[in-house]
Design a protein. Structure first.
Length: 435
């Protein structure tokens, strides 16, 4: 596949229609918001570039904070984050939209950062649009990157949706129109291949039994099993009864040949779930794939797989991890505990809005016994205020000797998706009492 250089974004100016976001994203206050829109309209094109200084500060001390995507001529939603430790490169992705409305998504944008482990600073390149990550007459959504350490191939999965067809339209008609696609890069995101549509080869006849589906959003995973399997979290609205509303269920797309071919795992049972993420945890001498999924029933859903994502068992509610009305995407990552913890098992870190009444106050949760849903800590608030989707990455050991993390998340003053902020922090910064 020919490599196509990713191009810097340059678009014709237009006033963002920030008032047209769906209810979950945009808790609007009309006058301040319209004033903000007018202010953007009056700026010069240079002033509309992403401002380097953060508009607000984290609730606990962090090593780094920077706004990577900020709404202006175009809006940005749905963050995805991937750290490549071999190159000390951080890749941040987001959907580029006409405004915050899902149906007005267009393409996928990216920023590449180089992490300096001596200064603990990230130097970010300018924002780019991945122009090859699209199908004709489709909008690109739900970035889900994964890196294969064996082949050096970076794979960016996304879904392609025709025109402005909504998810709700597909749920009503029970006609699936989404395509499963990806682009690849062999130079850590500098250039990208043409888009590959793998819907038919991967989903095959099951496609007609779904009203719609999506991947991620957020990072995928390479497992430490013999095949070094690649795992892409996903969910589908299944048509179990033609007379009933389609039911969402989480599952994974899996590759055992370094991304050449893909297959579907089986669905998480017992509990309906939508957007999800996975993490590989080491517990009691076994490696287990842990799945954490969004739910509209007040609490997150978790399940575990003992065969690398092919089958999941134990789909259950996690009462400690509350969901706002209609739920919200959350992020999870596994990491080795600090050396002085005296434990060889993995720990889990999870990011999500903490207010059960709405998407606000982004919290970081810790679980030292990942398979026990009752062992999640109370959240340490990373950012107070309106927030939404996030993505976490483990980055090794921080300057204070404790595990280092980065988080890319949606934040705003008048609505939850005005900007996408990158922060870097250690476990001790988030949980000072933890050793």
């Amino acid at each position: 596949m020919a490599a196509i250089p990713s191009l810097l974004t340059s678009h014709l100016p237009s006033i963002p229609n920030a008032m047209r976001g769906r209810e979950e994203c945009c808790d609007t206050h009309t006058e301040p918001l319209m004033a903000g829109i007018r202010a953007w309209a009056e700026m010069s094109s240079d002033d509309r570039l992403i401002q380097e200084g953060p508009s607000t500060m984290a609730s606990f001390p962090v090593l780094e904070q920077e706004t990577l995507f900020q709404n202006s001529t175009w809006s940005y939603r749905i963050p995805a984050l991937l750290y490549l430790p071999r190159f000390s490169i951080i890749l941040a992705f987001a959907e580029e939209r006409e405004d915050v409305v899902d149906e007005h998504a267009k393409l996928l944008s990216m920023r590449r950062g180089v992490y300096d482990p001596t200064t603990h600073h990230v130097q970010w390149n300018s924002m780019e649009t991945i122009v090859s990550a699209q199908l004709k007459d489709h909008r690109s959504m739900n970035p889900c990157p994964v890196y294969d350490e064996i082949s050096g191939k970076l794979i960016l999965f996304f879904i392609a949706v025709p025109g402005k067809i909504s998810e709700q339209h597909q749920l009503r008609t029970k006609i699936n129109l989404v395509r499963l696609c990806y682009v690849t890069s062999m130079d850590q995101g500098r250039t990208w291949s043409t888009a590959q549509d793998v819907t038919n080869s991967t989903i095959s006849t099951e496609y007609k039994n779904w009203a719609t589906f999506a991947v991620g959003p957020g990072h995928g995973l390479q497992l430490l099993n013999k095949a070094r399997s690649l795992v892409i979290p996903a969910y589908a609205y299944r048509i179990l009864d033609p007379k009933q509303h389609p039911t969402p269920h989480a599952f994974c797309f899996i590759s055992s040949d370094h991304g050449t071919t893909w297959e579907m795992g089986n669905f998480v049972g017992e509990e309906s779930a939508v957007e999800c993420q996975v993490a590989e945890v080491h517990t009691c001498g076994r490696r287990v794939l842990y799945c954490n999924a969004r739910s509209s029933r007040g609490a997150r859903i978790q399940a575990v797989s003992y065969n690398h994502g092919v089958d999941f068992e134990g789909g259950q509610r996690v009462e400690m991890l509350v969901e706002p009305p209609s739920g919200c995407h959350g992020s999870v990552t596994a990491f080795p505990p600090p050396p002085d913890a005296g434990c060889q098992d993995s720990w889990l870190l999870y990011a999500h809005p903490t207010d059960p009444k709405g998407r606000r106050d982004l919290g970081i949760y810790l679980n030292k016994s990942p398979l026990n849903p009752a062992r999640w800590t109370k959240p340490s608030i990373l950012f107070k205020g309106l927030c939404a989707y996030s993505d976490l990455q483990y980055m090794g050991v921080g300057p204070d000797g404790s595990p280092l993390f980065s988080c890319l998340f949606e934040y705003g003053t008048h609505q939850q998706c005005e900007e996408i902020i990158f922060v870097m922090f250690t476990l001790k910064q988030a949980f000072p009492s933890e050793r």
